[in-house]
Design a binder for this molecule. Structure first.
Ligand code: NAP
Ligand code: MG
Length: 407
């Protein structure tokens, strides 16, 4: 069978440690033998970031903006221990949040559901995709102590157009305490809403936004109103045509609904809510090795895919010592397949999208046939498992079977 031609390039960001080892195996065994694809390669290996003084991150971001599809391997975010270990010039800023912030957009965390892998929430038979707004909220606020002698706290808003300042009282208290001022911008919330709606549309999932607009009429109201406006003016028709919908719910009701649901939706979260709920949902689905992640820009036209886990240092130490590991490559495979899927979507090449779907299905078929790595085997109560390479070979065989029956 000939290779499938991929029209435009995919930007590849290589990474560190065990994640890098697996990443390379996937490229060589599951991607390049099947796709005629131009990979625009950038190496985020810690030593290369050190050598280029992080210029490689800036260059990679330019390439992603140009080609619109990137796939990223996990990379070390160096602390002082890493500076010593690798003999670095300094503790360079995170290449992970660094890359995402320079591209902009919303991060979507997507669990990969396998029928035979037990979930802490057994009813979740479809993924719950948590979309976390990455701007402002409790993380962008002014946070300060109130002294024991008591104080009054005021918020003062001074309009740039010279009109009269507005002042409101936050509190007037006798003892010690703390206070906080937070904000958001219409522009950022609109971009967030657009990313969420585009993601829902592209993946065929309904979108829910949870807020407490009854309490926070203005702050949460901003989110509620902008989402509704974006939906009504730009997405409603296409959502309805696709049999999906958007809905605002009270965040506490939405949380209860999510637990009772069978999944299969996008949960749009404000920044702080998303910090908590993305970890709650990840725990509910069970394994870091089955959690994919994707950044999508507001216009829905640029994506960066990755696995949610890190570089899996402990396994790398085993690998360095010459021992086989049983590391789960599925989330990294999905970083590759989602990038290929979006490349096909943007290029209008359904054959390329079908390959991505076939490789994802090959992962699911393999695990559901009982062939798995240690992390998954232990979740199912199993006492034996495959090495990383044996597992990849099973996936490749499943892929070959799939492609030969597709013709
Ligand atoms: P980690 O790499 O996610 O690994 C933590 C533990 O989770 C592993 O030791 C392993 O548990 C388990 N695990 C994670 N992924 C697995 C997989 N695919 N298969 C099997 N088990 C898996 O987190 P970390 O050890 O805290 O971080 C290591 C490095 O990664 C750090 O330098 C950090 O900066 C970086 N990091 C990068 C990203 C990113 O690139 N986006 C994200 C997070 C962390 P067992 O040891 O029990 O087997
Ligand atoms: Mg968190």
């Amino acid at each position: 069978m000939g290779k499938i031609k991929v029209k435009n390039p995919v930007v590849e960001l290589d990474g560190d440690e065990m994640a890098r080892v697996i990443w390379g195996w996937i490229r060589e065994e599951l991607i390049l033998p099947y796709l005629d694809i131009d990979l625009v390669y950038f190496d985020y290996h810690l030593l290369n970031r050190d050598r280029t003084e992080n210029q490689v991150v800036l260059d990679a971001v330019e390439a992603i903006k140009k080609y619109r599809v990137g796939a990223k391997c996990a990379a070390i975010n160096p602390d002082q221990a890493r500076v010593k270990e690798y003999g670095l010039k300094k503790a360079w800023k995170s290449p992970n949040s660094g890359t995402r912030n320079l591209i902009g957009g919303t991060l979507f965390r997507q669990p990969i559901v396998m029928k035979n892998i037990p979930r802490l929430v057994p009813g979740w038979t479809e993924p719950i995709v948590v979309a976390r707004h990455g701007f402002g909220d409790l993380f962008g606020g002014a946070d300060f102590d109130l002294p024991p002698g008591g104080s009054k706290v005021l918020l003062r808003q001074i309009p740039h157009d010279g009109s009269k300042p507005v002042e409101i009282e936050v509190c007037d208290i006798a003892g010690a305490g703390a206070a906080l001022g937070i904000f958001n911008t219409e522009e950022s919330v609109r971009g967030f809403a657009l990313s969420c709606m585009n993601f829902g549309l592209q993946r065929g999932y309904p979108v829910y936004l949870g807020t407490k607009n009854t309490e926070l009429e203005h702050y949460d109201g901003l989110f509620k109103n902008i989402f509704q406006d974006v939906y009504d003016t730009r997405f409603r028709e296409r959502f309805e045509a696709g049999g999906i919908h958007y809905e605002h719910r009270m965040v506490d009701e939405l949380a209860a609904f999510a637990i009772k649901s069978s999944g299969g939706f996008v949960w749009a979260c404000k920044n702080y809510d998303g910090d908590i709920l993305s970890d709650v949902v990840a725990a509910g689905f069970g394994s870091l090795g089955l959690m994919a992640s994707m950044l999508l820009t507001p216009d829905g036209k640029t994506v960066l895919t990755e696995a949610a886990h890190g570089t899996i240092t402990r396994h790398f130490r085993e690998h360095q010592a010459g021992r086989e590991t049983s590391t789960n490559p599925v989330a990294s495979i999905f970083a590759w397949t989602r990038a290929v899927y979006y490349r096909g979507l943007f290029d209008g090449t359904p054959g390329v999208q079908a390959f991505a779907a076939a490789l994802e299905q090959a992962c699911t078929d393999t695990v559901e046939a009982g062939d798995m790595t240690k992390d998954l085997a232990t979740l199912t109560g199993g006492t034996s498992w495959l090495t990383t390479r044996q597992f990849l070979a099973k996936i490749r065989a499943a892929l070959d079977r799939k492609l030969s029956t597709q013709g």
